[in-house]
Design a binder for this molecule. Structure first.
Ligand SMILES: *[C@@H]1O[C@H](CO)[C@@H](O)[C@H](O)[C@H]1NC(C)=O
Ligand SMILES: *[C@@H]1O[C@H](CO)[C@@H](O)[C@H](O)[C@H]1NC(C)=O
Length: 678
């Protein structure tokens, strides 16, 4: 089109192209205070080296950006398709050598600098070609450097944000949870496909409508909506049971979480319905089955979204190149895409799991490498090592879906009780199962039960303790009569999630009797993690197993009652093995649990509830002291007994080291996780 204009364009013209497919959008989004994007990738396309190209090279170095140089359009494209630079600078002074427009078609948006002595008109062809800035010849290195910084802070970050937003909406589109976004004045802005299929509406029927216009279920208490709204108005999160009305008039019960979102432009509200809760089976709506299958739903209130957003709208917003497709799973920001099978696990992730059979395995590396999906990946690996699919006669795809849905039901927002803790407990369980004595006493079905129990043992943990839930009169506490509230919930929910959908029902192909045995064993183990029964379990184990064993009564190992005691002890030890981990891991876990308890104390104070763990007050707590007490009170005796049975000298060594570490800090009167830097 405007070729001729371009070729008689100013003598010196550099076009800066901004592009790239990195995941930095999300990272820059989540840490907005970071003032500098690390390793921005810059591609310089210059036919010849000269003072101008040198100026930019130097500027890149000064800004700590990675810089590549290409001499021909072909090599530029090749280089770009490999590295997906964030910024491309094309030398357009000699357009005979370089067809910048041709390049721009492949490379997308760009940046144009205006030359003061040229009329605006000459910019249009470049803008039409997709460039967005033009740089006037200026080899001054500081000029180049300032230009790069301006680009970084302006265009590049804006692009990252768009991509991050786009990735998140793509995730919403694929989520199995129903999600609805409304503006602050409750006008529906967006519903995802899961919402459409669960509620029976087409998005066109909802978008632009006010929430009040959508029929409500009569099953809700009359004042519920007002309660929710006043909660949201105060900027507080609301969570509870809500009956939604489907288009066909049926009511479905849902567990809803509503979180206000604050962002640019004022107050924002984010409603999120969590996953299926045990309550939906205890009181069911008219069509129980489909309701159980689909009773999870999310709503997001947001003021940032000013116009109705559709998938297509988003695509237009930032170009389909930015849509994260299945071809680029590593760009998916969340849990939504996992490998097809064990063989498809990305090498980077596989590498972090290479030593998963060692006690010193670092689950935090896996947490980082998997973008917070450690349970799914570690589960795939460990379950395959133990032949769980073969035992259950279930396809690997079912196991994968099961792991995904279980992991999705852990709360990533908990500092401690999120899926990394589950992965850690699964890891310890698998480790213990390989110990000779344990192998002698357990059957294959016990092993499978233990691995499954470890995976699910804290699912949907709200990040608050049983006592808190009882004091707060939470629905769960009421449902379970204040007794083993969370443990009962974890066990019940795990079976609900598993059996409500054939796609993830790992028990589908086993015999009824075997299922019954397995189910009983899993429930028993999950309930055994309740700490009020701690001493009871440890004492029974010592009296029924360790003492007779010391008197070499061999039969103790295989009696069914004793197998139960071994399994309980195994999962209990796995559950609270943090003080027996290598020091760095032990410290990280201590930090996470303290933070979760601090948050509980904060909330108790805020709501005027009894403070159940006054020691865990962030203003006064000594973490070393709290760890010392925990080890003294719960850990030492239990692990002595477990070590006597299973032979775990390495764990005992770590325990000893860690204990000394906390003692050392305490002697220095330090309250923190680590000593201050020298
Ligand atoms: C668990 O919580 C920690 C914060 O303590 C967080 O850094 C981590 O990403 C969370 N992990 C998962 C899997 O959600
Ligand atoms: C709670 O207590 C009531 C009354 O004793 C009883 O009927 C109900 O089954 C109990 N529920 C549970 C989950 O134990």
């Amino acid at each position: 089109m405007a070729d001729n204009k371009i070729s008689d364009a100013p003598k010196y013209e550099l076009s800066l192209i901004n592009q790239g497919l990195s995941d930095r959008g999300l990272r820059s989004q989540s840490s907005p205070h970071c003032s500098h994007l690390s390793f921005l990738q810059v591609l310089l396309v210059f036919a010849k080296e000269d003072s101008q190209s040198n100026g930019f090279c130097w500027a890149c170095e000064k800004a700590n950006f990675r810089c590549s140089m290409a001499r021909t359009p072909e090599s530029a494209l090749e280089c770009f398709s490999e590295k997906h630079h964030d910024l491309v600078i094309i030398d357009h002074r000699h357009s005979r050598h370089f067809d910048a427009e041709a390049l721009s078609i492949c490379m997308l948006t760009c940046v144009l600098f205006l030359r003061p002595d040229r009329e605006e008109a000459s910019v249009m062809p470049l803008i039409n070609a997709g460039f967005n800035r033009r740089y006037v010849e200026n080899a001054n290195m500081m000029a180049c450097y300032n230009e790069l910084l301006q680009l970084e802070h302006g265009e590049v970050r804006a692009q990252f944000k768009l991509r991050a937003g786009n990735a998140i909406f793509t995730a919403l589109e694929q989520s199995q949870e129903a999600i609805e976004i409304t503006s602050e004045d409750q006008v529906i802005q967006y519903v995802n496909p899961a919402y459409e299929s669960i509620m029976g509406y087409q998005k066109g029927e909802l978008i632009g409508k006010e929430i009040i216009e959508v029929p409500k279920s009569e099953k809700n208490k009359p004042d519920l909506l007002e309660t929710i709204n006043s909660c949201i108005r105060k900027g507080k999160e609301w969570q509870g049971i809500y009956y939604a009305k489907k288009k066909n008039g049926d009511s479905i019960q849902q567990n809803v979480k509503i979180t206000p979102v604050i962002g640019q432009g004022g107050k924002h509200k984010d409603r999120r319905k969590g996953s299926l809760d045990v309550r939906s089976t205890t009181s069911r709506g008219s069509d129980g089955s489909s309701q159980r299958r689909h009773s999870s739903m999310a709503r997001i209130h947001s003021m940032t979204i000013e116009a109705p957003i559709t998938k297509d709208g988003l695509r237009r917003l930032s170009g389909n190149e930015y849509i994260f497709s299945t071809k680029q799973p590593h760009h998916i920001p969340s849990h939504l895409i996992t490998p097809l099978s064990l063989n498809d696990i990305p090498p980077r992730i596989a590498q972090t799991m290479e030593n998963e059979d060692s006690w010193d395995f670092d689950v935090f590396n896996l947490e980082a490498a998997t973008m917070k999906r450690p349970l799914t990946y570690l589960g795939l690996k460990i379950f395959s090592r133990f032949g769980v699919c073969e035992f259950l006669n279930c396809p690997e795809a079912t196991l994968r879906s099961w792991l995904q849905v279980i992991e999705a039901n852990y709360h990533s927002s908990n500092s401690y009780h999120n899926s990394s803790h589950a992965a850690d407990v699964l890891h310890a369980t698998a480790y213990f199962l390989c110990k000779e004595r344990v192998k002698q006493s357990l059957d294959p079905i016990d092993e499978v039960a233990a691995l499954i129990a470890a995976t699910v043992h804290d699912v949907d943990h709200p990040g608050r303790t049983n006592s808190f839930l009882c004091n707060a009169g939470s629905e769960l506490a009421i449902l379970y009569n204040d007794t083993a509230v969370l443990e009962s919930h974890h066990a019940a929910l795990a079976f609900q999630i598993t059996t409500r959908d054939d796609k993830c029902n790992i028990f589908k192909n086993i015999e009824r009797n075997e299922y019954r045995t397995l189910r009983q064993a899993i429930i028993d183990m999950v309930l055994a993690t309740e700490m009020t029964k701690h001493f009871e379990h440890v004492n029974k184990f010592v009296n029924s197993i360790n003492k007779p064993l010391a008197e070499s009564v061999k039969s103790v190992l295989t009696s069914p009652e004793n197998r139960i005691l071994v399994k309980r002890m195994l999962i209990k030890c796995a559950d609270i093995s943090n003080p027996c981990r290598p020091q760095e891991l032990c410290i990280e876990w201590a930090g996470r649990i303290s933070e979760e308890y601090f948050a509980q104390t904060d909330e108790e104070k805020r709501q005027g509830l009894p403070v159940v763990m006054p020691v865990f007050d962030r203003n006064t707590c000594s973490i070393p002291k709290s760890q010392i007490s925990f080890i003294d009170y719960f850990i030492t005796d239990m692990f002595d007994a477990w070590d006597a049975f299973a032979d775990l000298p390495n764990l005992m060594q770590h325990l000893d080291n860690n204990f000394k570490y906390w003692k050392g800090l305490d002697e220095r009167k330090l309250h923190s996780l680590r000593p201050p830097p020298e």
